[in-house]
Design a protein around this ligand. Structure first.
Ligand code: PMP
Length: 373
C-alpha cells in the first residue's frame, strides 16, 4: 500500500497515525468520580429558567445564531467583573463549546505547523492533544516539586524552562489538573516575561474551588496583551452538558480568535441556555462550598487510610501511595466507584461529589486497600 495511505487505506495525516482518541471511560456505575463534573443537578428554579430561555429561541431556529454572541459576551463580562473585581469588557471575552474549543481556537490562531507549545506536566492532558491536532509541536516541561507538594512548579523553574524553549504558546493550569494545586501569580508573571514571543494561557477551569487567598490570573491581564485566562461553566457552574467555555484577554486576542472560529459556532440554544444560567450564577455556584468540604474530606480521609493526597484547590484530589494504582482502580470499580487513572504510577484522581459519594469512596478505599496497597 502507498505510504500516503494508513493501514486502513485512508490518507490519514502521518502525525495522527497510531494515536488513540481522548477517552475517559463513561461507565454507568453508582459513583462516578472520574471527570470532575458537579454531582449536583441544576436547582429546579434554574432548570426552569434555562428551559424557558431555550424554548423562547426555538421558533427562530430557522435563522443562524448571533455570530458574535453579544448577549452572552455581555453576561460573561459582567460575571467576570463581579467575581474577580477586574474591569473586563465584552470585547475582552471569548466563548466556545467548552473551554476545550476555546483552547483549540487559541492554538489555531497562535500555534500551528512550525510553532511550539510548552506545558508543565503532569497537567491537563488535552493541552498536548489539541496542540497535536492543530499541528503544533509540544514540549513537555517538568514540575520539580517541593517537600509539601510533589508537583510544585516554582516561578524560577517555569521561567528557566520557558526561556530555554522560547515557545509560541505556554500552558499554565491553575488549579492544575490532575495534581490539584493552584499556582502563585509570580509563576504567571515570570513565565510571561521569560517567554517574550508566547501567548501565555492560564487554564482556570477549577478557579472557583481554590482555597482562600488564591487570586485569579485575570488580575494580571492589564498591560499584558499576550496573557489569556480560560474558564469553563462545566465544573463549578454544574453546566458540563451545555458545553460553554470562555476566556478573558486583550481585545486583540479575541479579534484574532474570530479569524479561526467557524461561523455561528455557538448555537442559539447554547447562547440562550448560558445567558439564562449566568443570570442565576449564585444559585448554580451554591454547591461550591459543599464540594470544597467534600474535597477536604477526601484529603483527610485518604490520609487517614495511609495514602498521600496532594494539596488541592480544585474539586478533585490526586491521591498517591498506591503500590499498584491500576489494580486499585479496578478494585474500586468493582465496588461501583469510578475514579481516574491519570497514568501516574501510584496515583489515582478522585472527584469530590456529594457527602454520600465521599462516604462510598472512602468505604470502598478502606475495603480494597488491604489487597492492593
Ligand atoms: N481545562 C481543564 C484543566 C480541564 O480539566 C477541563 C475538563 N476536564 C477542561 C479545560 C475542558 O473542559 P470543558 O471543555 O468542559 O470546558
Amino acid at each position: 500500500m502507498s505510504a500516503r495511505l494508513d493501514s486502513t487505506g485512508l490518507p490519514l495525516r502521518p502525525d495522527l497515525r497510531g494515536r488513540t482518541a481522548y477517552g475517559a471511560p463513561q461507565l454507568d456505575v453508582p459513583v462516578r468520580l472520574n471527570t470532575n463534573e458537579s454531582s449536583y443537578a441544576l436547582p429546579p428554579a434554574v432548570a426552569a429558567a434555562v428551559t424557558e430561555a431555550v424554548a423562547a429561541v426555538v421558533p427562530g431556529l430557522n435563522r443562524y445564531p448571533d455570530r458574535d454572541f453579544a448577549a452572552l459576551r455581555d453576561a460573561l463580562a459582567a460575571w467576570l467583573v463581579r467575581s474577580t473585581g477586574v474591569a473586563v469588557a465584552p470585547d475582552e471575552v471569548w466563548a466556545a463549546n467548552g473551554s476545550n474549543e476555546v483552547l483549540q481556537h487559541l492554538l489555531q490562531a497562535f500555534g500551528g505547523p512550525g510553532r511550539t507549545a510548552l506545558g508543565f506536566t503532569p497537567a491537563y492532558s488535552m493541552h498536548p492533544i489539541i496542540s497535536a491536532s492543530t499541528g503544533t509541536s509540544w514540549v513537555d516541561g517538568t514540575r520539580p516539586g517541593s517537600p509539601g507538594d510533589p508537583f510544585d512548579l516554582t516561578a524560577d523553574s517555569a521561567a528557566e524552562q520557558a526561556r530555554r524553549v522560547d515557545p509560541d504558546v505556554v500552558f499554565l493550569c491553575s488549579p492544575n489538573n490532575p495534581t490539584g494545586t493552584a499556582l502563585d501569580l509570580d509563576v504567571v508573571r515570570a513565565v510571561h516575561e521569560a517567554a517574550p514571543h508566547a501567548v501565555v494561557v492560564v487554564d482556570e477551569a477549577y478557579a472557583e474551588f481554590a482555597r482562600p487567598g488564591t487570586p485569579s490570573a485575570v488580575t494580571q491581564l492589564d498591560g499584558r496583551v499576550r496573557l489569556v485566562v480560560t474558564r469553563t461553566m462545566s465544573k463549578a457552574f454544574a453546566f458540563a452538558g451545555a458545553r460553554l467555555g470562555y476566556l478573558a484577554a486583550d481585545a486583540a486576542v479575541t479579534a484574532a480568535l474570530r479569524l479561526v472560529r467557524l461561523p455561528y459556532h455557538l448555537s442559539s440554544l447554547t447562547q440562550a441556555a448560558a445567558v439564562a444560567a449566568l443570570a442565576h450564577a449564585d444559585e448554580l455556584l451554591s454547591t461550591v462550598e459543599a464540594l470544597k468540604e467534600q474535597r477536604d474530606r477526601v484529603v483527610a480521609g485518604t490520609a487517614a487510610l495511609g495514602l498521600r493526597p496532594v494539596p488541592s484547590d480544585a474539586n478533585f484530589v490526586l491521591v498517591g501511595g498506591f503500590a499498584d494504582s491500576g489494580a486499585a482502580f479496578e478494585a474500586l470499580l468493582a465496588h461501583g466507584v469510578l475514579v481516574r487513572d491519570v497514568g501516574l504510577p501510584g496515583y489515582l484522581r478522585m472527584t469530590a461529589g456529594t457527602p454520600a459519594e465521599t462516604d462510598a469512596l472512602l468505604a470502598a478505599l478502606g475495603d480494597v486497600l488491604g489487597d492492593v496497597r
